[in-house]
Design a binder for this molecule. Structure first.
Ligand SMILES: Cc1cc2nc3c(=O)[nH]c(=O)nc-3n(C[C@H](O)[C@H](O)[C@H](O)COP(=O)(O)O)c2cc1C
Length: 240
């Protein structure tokens, strides 16, 4: 720092204040002083509050510094999920940027607004995909993503998050069993309403041995996904 800057009155004042503060802190931290303060309740409370403030500050800094990375990873995860349910050859656009927000209370997709990703080939919508939730899994909500062709046939379904029991309900995951592939090609036209159920309930889809609740709830949620598609089809497919 050059001499002119050090001579600046405001800087001088700040330096004096800083030195005073440092001296006060050094005195306060003297072992004798701390020994005297330690039994006092307000000292204990102050130390506790100080640590709590420090912890909160560190958490805040950690949260701020990781937020961007987390958002980027979530975006990558989403892209990977969408790519699994909409084959690459049915679109030439970027699914993540061609979206519609659809408010829908009728078909209970487990969320008030559903983001619909439009798959387009040469400007024409060829398929759509969306995330939705089966709110009533055995252990908790099951998040899914589903791709539907413009004719209403399922192109693919994947479970993206769940807390079902390992070894029982988790066969809904593609990494655990191919069960979820049994929805490919299914639609409201090629199955009756009764067939949209697990076999134990008279439907077309397998349940798992000793675990009927999870697949039952997933089948019901996927059927609601198709109902949602049908209810809003013209908004996605026929819209310019
Ligand atoms: C510890 C424990 C965990 C279970 N986890 C699941 C599960 O994740 N999904 C499920 O459908 N059933 C689960 N079940 C079984 C259900 O309680 C229920 O018995 C079963 O879904 C009914 O299927 P079933 O008609 O084939 O017997 C679990 C049972 C126990 C005791």
């Amino acid at each position: 720092m050059n001499k002119a800057a050090i001579d600046h009155p405001t800087l001088k004042q700040a330096l004096t204040a800083y030195r005073g503060l440092r001296e006060k802190l050094a005195l306060w931290l003297q072992p004798d002083n701390l020994e005297r303060l330690r039994p006092q309740l307000r000292f204990q409370t102050g130390v506790l509050a100080g640590f709590a403030f420090l912890a909160a500050l560190l958490l805040g800094v950690a949260d701020l510094s990781t937020r961007g990375v987390i958002a980027q990873r979530q975006q990558e995860d989403l892209q990977a999920s969408l790519e699994q349910v909409v084959p690459a050859d049915v679109h030439d656009n970027d699914l993540l940027t061609d979206t519609r927000a659809v408010a829908d209370t009728q078909t209970s997709l487990g969320q008030p607004v559903t983001t619909v990703y439009l798959a387009k080939k040469q400007g024409q919508v060829s398929a759509i995909c969306f995330k939705f939730v089966a709110p009533d899994g055995y252990a908790g909500p099951i998040s899914l993503v589903m791709g539907v062709s413009r004719d209403g046939e399922i192109l693919g379904v994947r479970v993206v998050a769940h807390i079902e029991t390992p070894g029982l309900g988790d066969k809904i995951e593609i990494t655990k069993s191919p069960w979820v592939l049994s929805f490919n090609g299914k639609s409201l036209d090629n199955l009756t309403v009764e067939q949209w159920a697990v076999k134990k309930d008279g439907g077309a889809f397998d349940q798992f041995s000793g675990a009927t609740i999870t697949p039952r709830k997933v089948v019901q949620a996927i059927k609601r996904g198709l109902d949602f598609f049908q209810a809003h089809r013209s908004e996605f497919i026929d819209a310019p």
